[in-house]
Structures are given as structure tokens and as C-alpha cells.
Write a new protein. Structure first.
Lengths: 193, 401
């Protein structure tokens, strides 16, 4: 089972990304869970969302405390929130940041995790005209999990966006180009891929 | 052919409702309700259902409208949650005593004080004496399946009682999980057509529903209602047997998980049962004879069957996701112990209140409970039964600094 924990702020789309990742994994034939942790819902408040992906049916209905991967949608959460709590040895971190690699490494001292940095804010702003970092991060996470091939993933997401944005189709192209740019857009800052 | 899909528990319930295409749905469309009425109004707007959808101004009105519709002989449904269900309580009793087989999709969430929107069973447990059949679901699949069975149970001529299909708020209602859906035609054929034996619009049979009843008649009515509930058990099993024959998924009053030779068992309802099953598997891997009973049907309460299923265990933890504040255990704790009394005496029991207001319950929490049961199982059988809460922080502030 792959367990993923998303850390974002209300309004950044961490929940949507987790649900879309569940969609992609489902289409790839897996058993999935995608769920947010509901607290006081307000823009900017720290929120957590979760994914479980497995080849066998998933019965557990609790939050994830020992994730294989942590996704940091907003780096200002590092510190106020213990985003790497319980991260498995050899686990992975995907973080939205524009810092240089050394500085990204310093954000997660002593975790022993593979750290992937992506400037999701920049990719989003250039492709969508808005800072919605969840779409680029979704692409990074989908690649890192290895659950789905690139082409299949893009086709699935295009279908999902057509459904989700049925009333505003003008945003589909921007979301798709953000996804494509981000697929190989993350840099492993502490090793060789 | 079942179709593999993935969706939230809310969407699963809404899908079942779309397939059933009931005559009337009356629901309060915003908080504390769920996405279920939202899905239904979408189906209606898109012409996928022929249902009359009434967006009422309160849950009290929602159930009132359902009562009126059901009295007129049509299939009526609603969906609610938490404080919304509490606002319905008065009408829940009326629906049951008028013998109207309304179906309610309940998403179990806490009742306020402090304000909280998350999962626990306080809302439907507050309706446990209202005369409704109550069926609880572990996941989206069970919520969907239970909804497909609900009408056939409630509308059965031997029963004629309303039915509540419950699932855990957020934990399954808002989580995306895999599900097998049945084809619309097959699902609809299974549910069947409702042909009420009596209704108030039949000119050949003038009748009153819910009139004032003087003392010389009330008890006869209540006794008849009791008998309907007593007969519901058999109908629930009949419908489950046909469901299994039709769709291949098996249901009973409860599910027994690795109970064959179990010495320590947990009795639990709804989503946390899945988490507890993972704990059972871990412990079985270590040679611990752990088992689990997941109660599906809470009303009518299958006392004799539960006692038979539990008779072989030495120690039992009864898990309550609400606190009845009786001082004598939660609702499940009290009823399960009453069911065991005289049928399966000598089982060491503890009653644990867990998961209030959405407090997360982990596999490790259940492992700890089984460890406690293992210590109890060969201990004295005459220890006083007790109830306590688990998973909360204790107040360690002994004074001011």
C-alpha cells in the first residue's frame, strides 16, 4: 500500500488533488482512498488530505500517521505543522518551493527522505494565470508513485477536468499544460534520480 | 453485471436513490445536511429522475412532507445528519407510529455541544427509540447496498415501518473509495414497485392517518407497531438472501470476522469496523485468537443471534461511538450486555466510548483494546461491568503555575 499525506492551506486545492490522484489510481486498476481531514473550513487554514492506493481492498478508516510520501503544497506550513511526522524511512517529500536545492534540503533536516522540489506556484501562475499549486503537485506525485503512465495520466486528467470544469472549459488547457510541465518539473535535491 | 467505480459514500447513496427513483424526496438542502440532496437536485435538474424534489425550510418540515407523501401512498425519502436529524425527532416517532415506510439516508455526525460537524453516532442513537429500523454501513459499498434493500424491508406488509440507512460522516460520506455499482435496471427491478395496501387518497377506503387517539386505543396501536418491528428481523434476512442471490454480496444482522475460535472479540458498528479488522489480522498473525462482530442491524436488535455468536468468547469489548450519559454504558454497551444476560453469561465485558466528534481511531488503538481483552480473558468473571472513554487527552493540569 502507498500512503500519501498532503499538507496545504484552505483554498490551495490539496483536497481536490488528493481526490484526482485517487481517480487516476482507480483508473489504473487500484483500490483507492482519497479523503480530507475536515476541520474549521476557511481560506488559509492548514488542511490535511490523504491517499491510500493498493492492489487489494482497503479497509482501514483512519488518518495516515506513517506516510510513504508527504506533499507540502505550502512551504510556510513547515514549522507550524510537523509535516514530516511519521514519514517512513526512505520515504519521499514533494514540496512546492522556489528555493535553491541546498536551502530545500535545510527545510527537512534529518528526515532521510528523498526530497523533490518543484516551483508549483510558478508553473501554475504561468500556465493558469493563478497560483493554484495543487495541479502541478498532482502531476509530480502521480509520477513519483509510478501508478500510471504519463500518457494515460494526461488522458485521464483531461477527462476529469472536462467533467470538473464543464461550466468553465477555458481553464482546461491551462491545467493540462501545468500538468505536462510539472511531470518532469520536480528536482531531486538530495541525490540522483 | 456489476460495474467497478469509485465515489464517496454520499454519492453512493445518491446513486442508489437515482436508481430507485422515489416519488417524493423532501430535504433541507444545506448544512447540517450533506451533499446527498445536492446530488438529487442535480439528477432532477438533468432529468435523470422523475422524483418530486421538495427543498423545505427545515428538517422538521422535511419529515412532515415525507409523512404526508407516504400517507398518500407513494415512496418518500429524505437525507439528513446531526442537528438536522435532531430537529426531525418529533416527526420520526410519527412516521413510525403511522406505519409509513419512509427511507432516510443518515450520515452520522455529532450533536452540538461543543459545535462539531464530524462523525459519531449521537444523532441516530438519539432516535433509537423512535420506532425506525436502523441499519449501519461500514463503507460506501455497504451504504449503497443497504439503500437498495431498505424499501423492500420497510414496505413489506408484515413490517410497514420507516428505515434509516446510516454511514459515518466524512469518514465514509466524504471519502472516495472503490465500489461496485449495479445496473440501473437490475437495481430498480430488485427494489421493485411499491403498492401500498392502504392510503388516504383511496375513495373506496376512507381512512385517517395520525389522528388523535384516546387512551383505550393507543396501546393497541403501539403493540401493533412493536409486532411490526418484531417481524422486521425475518424480513431483513429474507431481503438479504435475495440480495445475495441477485448481486452476490452477503449481509445479515451482523458480520462475524474471524470469530470461529475467537477468545477476545470487539463488537462495533460502521467505518471503524474496517480499521479493527486490520488489527484482528495483525494479531492473528501473532497467534492471538482475536475476532470481531460488526453489528449492521441495530433496530430491531438481534439479541438472541448476537448472544449465540458471542457465546464462545471469553472477553468482549463493546464499542460505542456515542455516550448515552446513562452512567451505565453507551447504548450498544447496555443493549449488548442485556442481550448476553441469561443467554451467554460469564463473558468478561468492557464498554468503550470512542471516536466522538470525529476523533480518529487507529489500528493501534484496537490492538491495545485486544491486549486488554487478552489480560482480562482468564480473570474473574464477576468483576463489575464498566464503561470508559478512550482516545481523549487526560487533564493533567493539577493547578496554576
Amino acid at each position: 500500500m502507498i500512503e500519501i499525506r498532503w499538507h496545504g492551506r484552505g483554498g490551495q486545492g490539496a483536497k481536490t488533488a488528493a481526490l484526482l490522484l485517487a481517480d487516476a489510481a482507480f483508473e489504473a486498476g487500484l483500490y483507492v482512498q482519497g479523503f480530507p481531514e475536515y476541520g474549521p473550513e476557511r481560506m488559509g487554514a492548514p488542511i490535511t488530505a490523504y491517499n491510500r492506493l493498493d492492489g487489494a481492498p482497503i479497509r482501514v478508516h483512519s488518518n495516515i500517521y506513517e506516510p510513504d510520501m508527504v506533499v507540502v503544497v505550502d512551504e510556510t506550513l513547515i514549522g507550524p505543522v510537523d509535516v514530516t511526522a511519521g514519514l517512513k524511512p526512505g520515504g519521499r517529500i514533494a514540496v512546492n518551493t522556489n528555493r535553491p536545492p541546498e536551502a530545500v534540503r535545510d527545510l527537512f533536516p534529518g528526515t532521510g527522505a528523498e526530497i523533490y522540489a518543484v516551483d508549483a506556484a510558478d508553473i501554475s501562475t504561468r500556465n493558469l494565470g493563478r497560483n493554484l499549486p495543487n495541479t502541478p503537485l498532482l502531476s509530480v506525485v502521480a509520477r513519483l508513485t509510478g501508478i500510471v503512465e504519463e500518457k494515460v495520466f494526461f488522458a485521464q486528467m483531461e477527462a476529469a477536468f472536462r467533467h470538473k470544469f464543464a461550466s468553465k472549459p477555458e481553464v482546461i488547457a491551462g491545467n493540462m499544460s501545468a500538468l505536462r510541465e510539472a511531470w518532469f518539473g520536480a528536482v531531486l535535491v538530495n541525490g540522483d534520480e | 453485471m456489476s460495474k467497478r467505480d469509485r465515489m464517496s459514500g454520499n454519492e453512493a447513496i445518491a446513486t442508489a436513490i437515482r436508481q430507485i427513483d422515489p416519488d417524493v424526496i423532501a430535504a433541507f438542502p444545506i448544512t447540517p445536511s450533506t451533499e446527498i440532496p445536492q446530488y438529487i437536485s442535480g439528477f432532477k435538474a438533468n432529468g435523470l429522475i422523475s422524483t418530486e424534489f421538495i427543498a423545505v425550510e427545515s428538517e422538521h418540515s422535511a419529515m412532515s412532507a415525507c409523512i404526508g407523501a407516504a400517507a398518500a401512498g407513494v415512496r418518500a425519502m429524505t437525507a439528513t445528519s446531526s442537528a438536522g436529524m435532531a430537529l426531525m425527532y418529533e416527526l420520526l416517532y410519527i412516521a413510525a407510529s403511522d406505519r409509513l415506510p419512509i427511507v432516510l439516508a443518515a450520515v452520522n455526525r455529532a450533536l452540538t455541544g461543543p459545535i462539531n460537524i464530524n462523525a459519531d453516532h449521537s444523532d441516530s442513537m438519539g432516535a433509537r427509540d423512535s420506532g425506525w429500523i436502523q441499519i449501519y454501513s461500514e463503507n460506501a459499498q455497504e451504504a449503497y447496498d443497504n439503500m437498495l434493500m431498505a424499501h423492500r424491508i420497510g414496505e413489506h406488509a408484515d413490517v410497514m415501518l420507516p428505515v434509516m440507512i446510516c454511514q459515518d460522516g466524512f469518514i465514509t460520506s466524504h471519502a472516495i473509495e472503490n465500489i461496485l455499482l449495479e445496473e440501473d435496471e437490475t437495481a430498480r427491478a430488485f427494489v421493485g414497485v411499491y403498492d401500498p395496501p392502504h392510503h388516504i387518497l383511496d375513495p373506496a377506503e376512507p381512512a385517517a392517518v395520525g389522528p388523535y387517539s384516546v387512551s383505550p386505543y393507543v396501546m393497541e396501536m403501539k403493540r401493533a407497531q412493536f409486532e411490526g418491528m418484531a417481524r422486521a428481523g425475518g424480513v431483513i434476512l429474507e431481503v438479504a438472501a435475495d440480495f445475495e442471490k441477485t448481486f452476490g454480496r452477503r449481509y445479515g444482522f451482523f458480520e462475524e470476522y474471524r470469530m470461529e475460535d475467537a477468545e477476545s472479540a470487539i463488537l462495533i458498528m460502521s467505518s471503524a469496523a474496517g480499521t479493527a479488522k486490520d488489527a484482528v489480522d495483525r494479531l492473528r498473525g501473532k497467534g492471538v485468537r482475536a475476532g470481531l462482530v460488526k453489528l449492521r442491524v441495530f433496530r430491531p436488535f438481534p439479541a438472541a443471534e448476537l448472544a449465540a455468536a458471542l457465546s464462545g468468547v471469553k472477553a468482549l469489548a463493546i464499542m460505542d461511538r456515542s455516550d448515552g450519559f446513562s452512567g451505565n454504558g453507551g447504548p450498544l454497551g447496555a443493549e449488548v450486555r442485556a442481550a448476553l444476560y441469561g443467554r451467554a453469561d460469564g463473558i468478561r465485558t468492557i464498554n468503550l466510548v470512542y471516536g466522538l466528534g470525529g476523533r480518529d481511531t487507529r489500528v493501534e488503538d484496537f490492538e491495545n483494546i485486544y491486549a486488554e481483552l487478552e489480560e482480562m480473558k482468564d480473570g474473574p468473571t464477576d468483576a463489575s461491568p464498566y464503561c470508559r472513554h478512550i482516545g481523549q487527552r487526560e487533564n493533567t493540569n493539577k493547578g496554576t503555575d
